[in-house]
Design a binder for this molecule. Structure first.
Ligand code: 13P
Length: 287
């Protein structure tokens, strides 16, 4: 069932668990995430970055594929298709393409401009029944060419953006996209706590879910995080399983070269990673 992310995140915040956003890259990825969500009876958010959208042939291709797959595979758990770190222009493209949720990342703008653009997009998204995520304080690391310094958000600015009526708010708390460096200082729970104190019921989003230790994830959920984004970890498990298949020479045996066989171990590896995260986030059985 394709829905906006608003209701599932309100329920997650009230129920003290988090819904996973898993970024998708192709048909296999999409099918792996959707079938695992169904098996786990968990709500799920499919994340699509601008780069991944372009790779798959455009936002409309992705939206139509997800809709068709939800229908054909009888996926009855709540599924949102969400633009990840969208520019102002990409937000409009995804609204037009049929996404059910968007993220406007205005974190690199001066706060007044972030507020003005976010407000406009909140009005448009809500008029059409989509949910919208905004960001304050950029997330560290590099994702699809977008480089952030990993700053901690100013809680007062978070409150200003939350008050615009967004459905979920990403606040930088020292989190980084991709693998965490050896000398990473960990999440700033002080910042998270201060943001939650000011934003109350607002579902908070933790980006850079890959490689954050389980105890930190649980503490973040206890401090109001209701959506956790995971991208790199599925890529790592997919690639490791594909490498093992090739290195074992399985592609050279019989019809082992068939792409459906070559991609099968990676597909199963994504499913295992998604299941593990859904269990950790507490969303299993919450559909
Ligand atoms: P990771 O790639 O670190 O899991 O981050 C994903 C993310 O935050 C997508 O917005």
């Amino acid at each position: 069932m394709l829905v906006s992310a608003a209701e599932m995140l309100k329920k997650a915040k009230a129920g003290h668990y988090a819904v996973g956003q898993f970024n998708i890259n192709n048909l296999e990825w999409t099918k792996a995430v959707l079938t695992t969500a169904q098996e786990c009876n968990s709500p799920v958010i499919l994340g699509v970055s601008a780069g991944a959208g372009k790779y798959m042939g455009g936002f409309k291709v992705v939206a139509d594929m997800v809709k068709a797959m939800v229908e054909s595979l009888n996926i009855t758990v709540p599924v949102a298709i969400h633009l990840d770190h969208g520019t102002y222009e990409d937000c409009y493209k995804c609204i037009k393409a049929g996404f059910s949720s968007i993220m406007f990342d205005g974190s690199h703008y001066p706060i007044e401009e972030n507020i003005a653009k976010t407000q406009e997009l909140v009005n448009v998204a809500h008029a059409l029944g989509l949910s919208i995520e905004a960001e304050v304080g950029s997330i560290g690391g590099e994702e699809d060419g977008v480089v952030g310094m990993g700053e901690c958000a100013d809680p007062e600015e978070c409150k200003k953006i939350a008050d615009l009526g967004v459905d979920m708010l990403a606040a930088g708390i020292g989190n980084i996209h991709g693998k965490y460096p050896e000398n990473w200082k960990g999440l700033s729970f002080e910042t998270l706590d201060a943001v939650q104190q000011l934003t109350g019921e607002m579902p908070l989003v933790l980006h850079g879910g890959t490689g954050i230790p389980a105890d930190m994830i649980q503490k973040a959920i206890s401090l109001g995080v209701s959506k956790i984004n995971v991208n790199t970890e599925c890529q790592l498990s997919f690639t490791a399983a594909t490498r093992a298949y090739i290195e074992a020479g399985k592609d050279l045996v019989g019809k082992g070269f068939d792409p459906r066989k070559v991609l099968a171990p990676g597909y199963e590896a994504i499913k295992a990673t998604v299941k593990e995260k859904m269990e950790l986030f507490g969303s299993v059985g919450k559909a």
